[in-house]
Design a protein around this ligand. Structure first.
Ligand code: NAG
Ligand code: NAG
Ligand code: NAG
Length: 318
């Protein structure tokens, strides 16, 4: 019996080590310049294509940043968010406003001509997120590559995406389970410096149960920008006054009560997070932590040959 118990204990420890490994080795197999030999033009083609779209449609930048985030938090950074069809991640309510699919498809189409079957859709998403930040005057960083594309995309799994209705504890636990700490959480939240929210996500706090912590003038502004009951496709900037520039005014806005999302307000209630918001008003500090957090996020649940592939078409498995 003693033997049995100790085997069980060893087994439990093995399971623990294995699951710990899963988290701690996020992105372990990714490398910088992964395509420098097999597809030297990969990063250049991606960057040029994104720039072309951005010049015509600047809000493609926040779209691409969000797309990578929405990919990584569900099934890992494996391009699962790109797969189309019934009951895929794309069809989940939380993903209905995602944009930028056509940009990724366009890059993929070009790469399949110059180096067929080499560059994964998951890597294109990671590169696109970085290029989107750079195009809006944000910091740059080296994106490690070598991700394989996943074969599973289920709407039901989108419940793992951190939701605006979650409490701060739940949100921080979600992030921690993926190896991201509180500072990473606040820095990634700062990605809202570019981008907009659909009115339907804020109708409640600006019309029904009005959030009295919102700056009154700003509340009036939000109410006039959003049709009552959040119908239609109206959107509001998350970083009012600076929504197309990657800067730190999002933190000033939140600290001054110009909060758009319920989560903006919740951030203010946690003393440790409050200090971080103040810290991140300094651009240099924010850049350092943001780029580090992005590199960590881009390594979540990366797939290998064992459970992934290089998709030929980002919208469907091979
Ligand atoms: C890294 O790659 C090797 C070789 O493909 C593979 O055997 C190993 O499982 C990978 N490690 C992780 C953590 O994905
Ligand atoms: C908004 O929605 C509520 C509940 O659905 C409804 O009672 C109200 O009449 C609506 N207001 C407008 C202006 O449509
Ligand atoms: C990729 O697949 C989608 C969905 O089947 C299709 O509409 C699209 O034309 C394909 N793209 C290419 C480049 O073949």
């Amino acid at each position: 019996m003693g033997f049995g118990q100790s085997s069980i204990r060893s087994f439990m420890i093995l399971i623990f080590l294995f699951s710990y490994r899963q988290v701690s080795v996020n992105g372990q197999n990714l490398t910088e310049g992964f395509y420098s030999v097999a597809c030297p033009l990969a990063e250049t083609i991606a960057r040029a294509t994104i720039r072309t779209y951005f010049l015509v449609q600047p809000n493609i930048a926040p779209g691409l940043l969000k797309l990578h985030y929405s990919d990584c938090f569900v099934e890992g950074c494996d391009g699962s968010v790109l797969i189309s069809g019934p009951n895929t991640e794309r069809t989940a309510d939380a993903n209905l406003n995602l944009r930028g699919f056509e940009v990724i498809e366009d890059i993929k189409r070009q790469l399949e001509v110059v180096c067929p079957g080499v560059v994964s859709c998951a890597d294109i998403l990671a590169l696109a997120a970085r290029d989107a930040v750079v195009l809006t005057n944000g910091p740059s960083w080296d994106v490690k590559s070598g991700r394989k594309d996943g074969r599973v995309s289920l709407a039901a799994n989108v419940k793992n995406l951190p939701s605006l209705s979650h409490s701060i504890t739940v949100l921080l636990n979600n992030f921690a389970a993926l190896g991201l700490n509180t500072e990473d959480f606040v820095a990634l939240f700062g990605g809202h410096t570019i981008g907009t929210a659909a009115c339907r996500f804020i109708t409640d706090r600006i019309f029904s149960t009005i959030d009295l912590t919102i700056d009154p003038l700003f509340l009036a502004q939000l109410q006039s920008s959003c049709p009552i009951n959040g119908s239609g496709s109206s959107r509001v900037a998350l970083d009012t006054g600076s929504e197309l520039v990657f800067d730190t005014s999002i933190f000033k806005n939140i600290l001054n009560g110009r909060t758009v999302l319920k989560t903006d307000q919740i951030l203010l209630t946690n003393p440790m997070i409050y200090r971080m918001l103040q810290d991140f008003v300094t651009f240099q500090r924010f850049n350092t932590i943001f780029t580090r957090a992005m590199a960590k996020m881009s390594g979540i649940g990366v797939k290998t040959e064992l459970n992934g592939e290089i998709r030929r078409n980002c919208s469907k498995v091979n």
